[in-house]
Design a protein around this ligand. Structure first.
Ligand SMILES: Cc1cc2nc3c(=O)[nH]c(=O)nc-3n(C[C@H](O)[C@H](O)[C@H](O)COP(=O)(O)O)c2cc1C
Length: 332
């Protein structure tokens, strides 16, 4: 039987399938089922700075309301540190998951202020997270900020978090960079131990009745795996020392095999676990194992990055030729 072990962010994992942040990694029950299914690691849902602020506000508002009803009402509330109120749930989840799971637990942060990113990363590390993933979900809409300024802001955050924690740091990127290869290398030079490609943005919709903009969450489709697949193949030889994780559209053992062939150290999945349940992780791994055995790959190490793109010295020209070929291949 081929060996499924791999290394990601300096951690030894028993398998190359990682549960990406989603409600499937937000509860101890589903986390334990993922663990039983052989998951390599789990990334908990992001701790959002807004979430912490909102919970703190709600509590402060409730205290004020109470104080209006009775002069003594505030005395009925326990003496709490308001700054840390919203963190409790996340910290508890990290602690419980670390205590109960065999798979390493990675915590994810999405801050709004520089201080928020650093503070939460440190707190989650201290709760036992083995690595921190920075969920850089942001929409650059200010016309006065150039792409270089926006990128410098991201890189400054990577440097600050890197300096504040001892555990490895991964950066989850969006595909929307003019020069993704340049930014990816800059993120690694700024201290990122690994990159997660790609974050998936959710596009809002318009409600024709109310004329409101409405949030709309649609799970990914299997074909979406091709975008991160291409970029993992391009970046693998450029960033030999960095860990690379593929996320978006992974729905089968074949997708897992393709991600590893392209050069990913781990392949992540969220939508497929939400659609089919945590036990689906076991099916994906069994299917990968079956394919590797049939193709006589002895290990994930042997499989990783053996895609032909490695041999191509100019991936830009390769991509351009493919683009032309694909467009010309269309038949009614
Ligand atoms: C309901 C839901 C919640 C998610 N929450 C987070 C999150 O908290 N942090 C994060 O970095 N990604 C989050 N994601 C994104 C996933 O981790 C993943 O990167 C993305 O869905 C693409 O992978 P997939 O095609 O396997 O779903 C979420 C996705 C879904 C569907």
């Amino acid at each position: 039987m081929s060996v499924l072990e791999t290394r990601y962010l300096g951690l030894d994992l028993r398998s190359p399938l990682v549960a990406s942040p989603s409600p499937a990694t937000g509860k101890l029950d589903t986390l334990m089922r993922l663990d039983d299914a052989g998951i390599g690691a789990v990334v908990l849902p992001s701790l959002f700075e807004e979430e912490v602020e909102a919970e703190t506000m709600t509590f402060a508002e409730r205290m004020q309301e109470g104080a209006g009803v009775s002069g003594e009402a505030a005395d009925y509330f326990p003496d709490v540190d308001l700054d840390h109120l919203g963190l409790d749930r996340h910290v508890r989840l990290v602690e419980e998951a670390v205590a109960r799971l065999e798979a390493p637990v990675i915590a994810s942060v999405n801050g709004r202020s520089a201080g928020g990113w650093v503070e939460y990363a440190r707190i989650l590390q201290d709760a036992g997270a083995r690595a921190i993933e920075l969920n850089m979900y942001d929409l650059a809409v200010d016309p006065d900020r150039s792409s270089a300024q926006v990128e410098e802001g991201y890189l400054a955050l990577v440097r600050q978090v890197r300096a504040a924690v001892e555990v490895p740091v991964a950066v989850k990127l969006s595909p929307y960079f003019s020069s993704l290869a340049n930014f990816a290398r800059s993120a690694v030079l700024a201290g990122a131990d690994g990159l997660v490609l790609f974050n998936r943005f959710y596009q809002p919709d318009v409600d024709l009745e109310t004329l409101d903009v409405t949030p709309r969450l649609e799970l990914s489709h299997p074909g979406e795996v091709r975008l991160p697949l291409r970029w993992i193949a391009i970046l693998r030889p450029q960033l030999p020392g960095a860990s690379l994780a593929l996320t978006s559209g992974v729905a089968s053992g074949e997708d897992l095999a393709k991600g590893l062939l392209a050069g990913a150290d781990v392949v992540m999945t969220a939508a497929e676990l939400l659609r089919r349940g945590p036990e689906r992780a076991g099916d994906l791994l069994a299917s990968l194992q079956e394919w590797m055995d049939a193709e006589e790959y002895l290990s994930v190490d042997q499989l990783r990055g053996s895609l032909a793109q490695h041999a191509v010295s100019d991936p830009g020209a390769f991509e351009r030729a493919q683009y032309h070929r694909v467009l010309s291949s269309w038949r009614r």
